[in-house]
Design a protein around this ligand. Structure first.
Ligand code: SF4
Length: 461
């Protein structure tokens, strides 16, 4: 493979496998404890959810399908009445604090006016209704979360600078009185000056690991979008800094900046020890804090990863691309010594991912590895041809291609696992490598059996 000086971007046909974005209900209903998700679609969407979300469907989840019938499509039934009836039932049975309608391909095509009906029913039922168009026509997989969070930003209370200042003064007043007994008054003061809201849905265990990482640098996280409960959404407005923790939240970032007037901190994403350090350092630089102890912390984590790094160093990897986490994971793996041939990605927002892309470039230079080609909207068929030539040691791919590739002697890792595993922050770097090395370790164990190539087609070639 040719060594390139800069990153190259290509765009293909968009003929690739990915999950439908309505799958975001799987993790969002668990994150926002008092929510209910109603997917307004057809049996196709229902079948997908039922199969993709596996055993959770037996646990009385807080999501449901409103399945359109012939009468809905031909407008013989009244959309508002039908949805009103369903939402009333949800209110009666589950009493959630918010109902989130997920628009689908069908509601787009028949032009169901969800945004128009929502506010009317909200008034009638006395329960907030948020509309997110997470359909398969416009978005891929994790972008579903992006549409929900972008819609949710409008429901966050307004941040009141004056009120905040008064409260701060009050605390400071008390601080002066208590100064003799309080050791860290100056730290507290510093920490109160910045209003930082992090956006992106993370399991609360991971969120509670990232908060103290910033607290160590005297930066207090004022809130998360989404919060654990809908009723606890963080105040937003002028003077509030926001920072994303996931690479697929570009719409949310834009809405936060344009509609809520927040200031966006463009940082690499906290995936891998290198990414986490760069993420914290960027936030520190915005708040004029000198980061302390970060380098040692990062080095410590790298030392702890030595056993895994031994397995991956020098191995090559190919990302087919389906969840938008690809750039960050590839960057971390390059830092671990891997060679990345191609990074397929469904959608590339070069502005939102600018810091991550420049970290990727710097990492390639630092590790002296070829720059990977970045392929937006990949074509799975072409990718197969390229993989046939390049013969990577590992392919990160969806379930559709995993077994066929395994049968042709290419190890695979199912990409969806990266979306559901805990991969953020210093402490979870091990989990990423645990996932990546699993197929490699398995095949070291089974390699001696000599059954690596089981496809007739591959044998013929
Ligand atoms: S792609 Fe469209 S029709 Fe298919 S499951 Fe998703 S929203 Fe439903």
């Amino acid at each position: 493979m040719k060594t390139l000086e800069t990153l190259t971007f290509e765009c293909e046909t968009g003929n690739y496998h990915t999950f439908c974005p309505i799958s975001c209900v799987a993790w969002l209903y668990q994150k926002i404890e008092d929510s209910f998700f109603l997917v307004v679609g057809t049996k196709t969407c229902g079948y997908f959810l039922q199969n993709a979300l596996g055993v959770t469907i037996f646990a009385e989840p807080r999501y449901a399908m409103a399945e359109s019938e012939e009468g809905d499509i031909s407008a013989q039934l009244n959309d508002q009445e039908e949805l009103g009836r369903i939402c009333l039932q949800i209110k009666r049975d589950r009493n959630p604090s918010v109902i989130i309608w997920i628009g689908t391909c069908t509601t787009e095509i028949i032009k169901m006016d969800l945004e128009g009906i929502g506010p009317k029913l909200e008034k009638d039922l006395g329960i907030p209704i948020i509309v997110a168009r997470a359909n398969g026509l416009d978005y891929a997989f994790t972008q579903g979360e992006d549409t929900v969070l972008a819609a949710m930003t409008h429901r966050c209370p307004e941040y009141n600078v004056l009120k905040h200042k008064q409260e701060k003064d009050l605390v400071r007043g008390l601080g002066v009185n208590l100064a003799k007994t309080t050791v860290s008054y100056s730290n507290k003061q510093e920490s109160d000056d910045c209003i930082l809201v992090l956006f992106g849905s993370l399991p609360s265990t991971v969120a509670s690991q990232l908060n103290p990482e910033l607290e160590r640098q005297s930066i207090r996280v004022s809130g998360w979008l989404p919060s654990q409960r809908y009723t606890e959404l963080p105040p937003l407005g002028k003077g509030v800094y926001v920072c994303g923790i996931n690479p697929f939240l570009s719409r949310t970032a834009t809405t936060l900046m344009r509609r809520r007037k927040c200031q966006l901190i463009g940082a690499p994403f906290p995936i891998g020890p290198d990414g986490t350090r760069a993420w914290i350092e960027k936030i520190c630089s915005v708040f004029n804090r000198k980061p302390h102890g970060l380098e040692e912390r990062e080095n410590q984590i790298w030392i702890g990863l030595k056993d895994y790094i031994g397995i991956v160093t020098g191995r090559s990897i190919f990302f087919m691309g389906d969840n938008l986490l690809e750039i960050s994971i590839a960057r971390f793996l390059i830092r671990c010594g891997m060679i990345v041939y191609e990074i397929g990605i469904p959608y590339m927002d070069k502005r939102y991912q600018a810091a991550e892309l420049s970290l990727l470039r710097d990492t390639c230079i630092k590790m002296n590895t070829p720059m990977p080609r970045i392929v937006e909207k990949p074509d799975n068929y072409n990718q197969m041809q390229r993989m046939h030539e390049l013969k990577p040691d590992l392919a990160i791919t969806g379930m559709a291609h995993a077994n066929p590739l395994e049968a042709r002697g290419i190890d695979t890792k199912w990409s969806v696992e990266f979306t559901f595993a805990q991969i953020h922050g210093f402490t979870n770097a091990r989990d990423v490598l645990e996932l990546v090395t699993r197929p490699l370790r398995r095949n070291t164990d089974l390699g001696c059996l000599g059954w690596n190539n089981l496809s007739k087609q591959a044998i013929a070639i």
